[in-house]
Design a protein around this ligand. Structure first.
Ligand SMILES: [Zn+2]
Ligand SMILES: [Zn+2]
Length: 301
């Protein structure tokens, strides 16, 4: 699982920082999460192939999370893309994007599918044979979802030595990988555990931005491998966080602790603070495994 942070600062883009966007590579699938202004430039800088992006997830319709979307969609068309593109985002995203395409008379060269979200309950919005994506309903000033990316459990690993010892025919290998027991010609049943090894446990990544401190998300993100949680402010600005429905670094860490996640990644920093290390320091007083997200950082988990 590889996470590339393209941008992780709140509000306006600056020469040195970018608004929210990130690329998650999981089980050889590539997902673009949020698409703040400048995302296509950041994709180029970080050498992410445009052609590998087939699914874009938009958390909410504040500008710092989607003003780059029309740019990405248009550039894909200018490059002659023919592959389908799927956009998952709040109801209204289709209207906004199609209005821009219509008034500029620049319809795409490829099929554009919108999957509009309205539910306040967590729901499955994408699924294939390797990955499932669910929404994480967040509490913010407008309708907002985080996203939970889950690998599907892998097949069990064949214990080659054991299957050869029992003289099991190759035709049964898939059954063993699927967890099945094997009955030999003499009627003896060989339990699956003797013929295979446990697969690598599936990994899970939770993206949570923007949101006020909200314990309702804990059951959905419980024990994820990596939690990205917004930390717009420090505790010194807790009142402002409450008022604008954002979180502090301490609150992000508290969610990480209560959800018993393995790793916390911080982001969506207000640009009022000169040094982002202060967010990590504050979070570490509550939860030990904290990483500071920053534009252009790439984490492998
Ligand atoms: Zn934001
Ligand atoms: Zn917002």
């Amino acid at each position: 699982m590889k996470l590339t942070i393209l941008g992780c600062y709140a509000a306006t883009p600056r020469t040195i920082t970018n608004p929210t966007s990130q690329v998650l590579e999981i089980k050889n699938r590539l997902f673009l999460i949020d698409c703040g202004e400048g995302t296509q430039v950041q994709l180029r800088k970080n050498k992410v192939k445009f052609s590998k992006i087939n699914h874009i997830f938009i958390s909410h319709l504040h500008g710092d999370h989607f003003y780059g979307l029309i740019g990405v969609i248009s550039t894909f068309a200018l490059l002659g893309r023919t592959t389908d593109l799927h956009i998952y985002g709040p109801k209204g995203v289709k209207e906004i994007i199609t209005l821009q395409l219509k008034l500029s008379n620049s319809w795409t060269t490829y099929n554009l599918f919108f999957h509009e979200l309205e539910s306040n309950e967590s729901e499955v919005i994408f699924e294939d044979n390797r990955v499932v994506v669910k929404t994480i309903p967040l509490k913010h000033r407008i309708y907002t979802n985080g996203f939970l990316f889950e690998e599907k459990p892998a097949e069990r690993k064949l214990n080659v030595e054991a299957v050869e010892n029992y003289n099991i025919h190759i035709a049964y290998y898939q059954k063993i990988k699927n967890g099945g027991d094997i009955t030999l010609d003499d009627g003896t049943v060989i339990e699956n555990e003797k013929l295979s090894f446990d697969p690598i446990p599936p990994q899970r990544y939770a993206f949570c931005s923007d949101t006020v401190y909200n314990e309702a998300i804990i059951p959905i993100i419980k024990e994820v491998d990596v939690l990205y949680h917004e930390a717009t402010f420090l505790e010194s600005e807790a009142a402002l966080a409450q008022k604008t429905l954002h979180s502090t670094a301490k609150e992000a860490a508290t969610i990480a602790l209560k959800a018993n996640v393995k790793q916390l990644v911080l982001g969506h920093y207000s640009t009022r603070y000169g040094d982002i290390n202060v967010f990590k320091q504050e979070a570490e007083t509550i939860f030990p495994n904290v990483l500071s997200g920053d534009d252009g950082t790439c984490f492998e988990f």
